[in-house]
Design a protein around this ligand. Sequence first.
Ligand code: ADP
Length: 480
Amino acid sequence: MNPSPYANYIAGQWLEGPSQRANINPSDTRDLIGHYSQADAAQVELALASAAAAAPAWGLSTPQQRADALDTIGQELLARKDALGELLAREEGKTRVEGIGEVARAAAIFKFFAQEALRQRGDKLASVRPGVEVEVTREPLGVVGLITPWNFPAAIPAWKIAPALAFGNAVLFKPAELVPGTAWALSEIISRAGLPAGVFQLLMGPGAVVGQAMLDDARVQGLSFTGSVGTGARVAQAAVQRGAKFQLEMGGKNPWVVLDDADLDLAVNCAVQSAFFSTGQRCTAASRLIVHKAVYAQFVEKMAEATRALRVGHALAPDTQIGPVIDEQQLNQDLRYIAMARAEGARPVCGGELLKRDTPGHFLSPALFADCDNAMQHCREEIFGPVASVIPADNYEHALDLANDTPFGLSSGICTRSLKHASHFKRHAQAGMVMVNLPTAGVDYHVPFGGRKASSQGAREQGSYAAEFFSSVKTSYLLP
Ligand code: ADP
């Protein structure tokens, strides 16, 4: 079967939508990547009916059948990682190296969950009642709606789709509007992996239409969402109202603590990577650099030097380290926060300026602010751009307090040579993920990912913990 270019994949067929959306390269806004179909309410209904019809049989499919499909998808992603990574970089704006790395990671995730499909365990216990047997088993939820953001167009869809299928659910995949290219390419690969019609469906379209329909429909038993805090609240509200299971990954305002005994080169290197790589557009990005006063001046100086040296440019240019901001709306948000930081009295050290390059794109130099106060508004809200604020701390205890003084709790990092402080920080950081002498961003794919407080709700994603969300526990009693 030859799919129509960039149509949605519904009920085992490629269906063009009533309208289309242009996919524009943020490194060169003259570069049109393609037009992508936008589903309407009628197409969403078709997909919902197809998913509901396919779910029961798929839920009873053999683990081998699921493992084979997931492994096939992983293999093809790996084989085509260079071309797909380039497409990802072209539409999202992270560098080619980052794009290829992300596709390789998506491949690894599918291969991991191929094996997880074979490792589904239950428990058999002796009952407290004579002769009775008790069994604890896991079953799929049924139909799950997966709603993803634009900043990881391959990895986040992979870490939702792969476990959803591995544990026997029928998937409705709703990618972010800004990155349909990678979503379509991934879906095209999945469409050839031998899954029955309706088990996997791609629904590109506006969040307010396609996403909202998934939130509101009783046939969708589970909602896994990654995106903004505002939309996450809508997902939670809709799910609670109709009794669906939900899982949310939202923002971060992640701290990077630098103690007076830190290796300062390592501290700066991790800070630059955490704050500015992928243009700061990662929920695990460090945006608050909390630095012990004894090394504060030295850190700011080294950080400024490293930040100024970063090469910002076209995502596909070989020497680029920092690509463009994803679109004009995000760029305006970044600029608004940069102006706010200045107005709040933060000291602008470098960056925060629009850059002209050979191609028209949304280029912004990474912005570093010093002498910030953790109470400043720009230190409390997620910016989601290449903007970092240095905050002085009196000692370790003060640094820890500042690190935890945030509505968010996704990732939290510290740079120190002290085992005592590292160990204390691991225990007391109020975050789902803690990094010692490592960047706040950049995680393994086989262990849980997620946060606390306003960052996350529901069961963790990734690794064997993914079973918690994508399956439902059943306890059976039997008297033989
Ligand atoms: P971002 O700032 O990353 O764009 P959003 O929360 O707006 O964050 O978007 C994340 C995902 O949520 C996207 O796929 C988007 O289309 C989707 N979305 C937006 N609004 C809704 C909604 N009302 N219902 C369901 N999904 C939505």
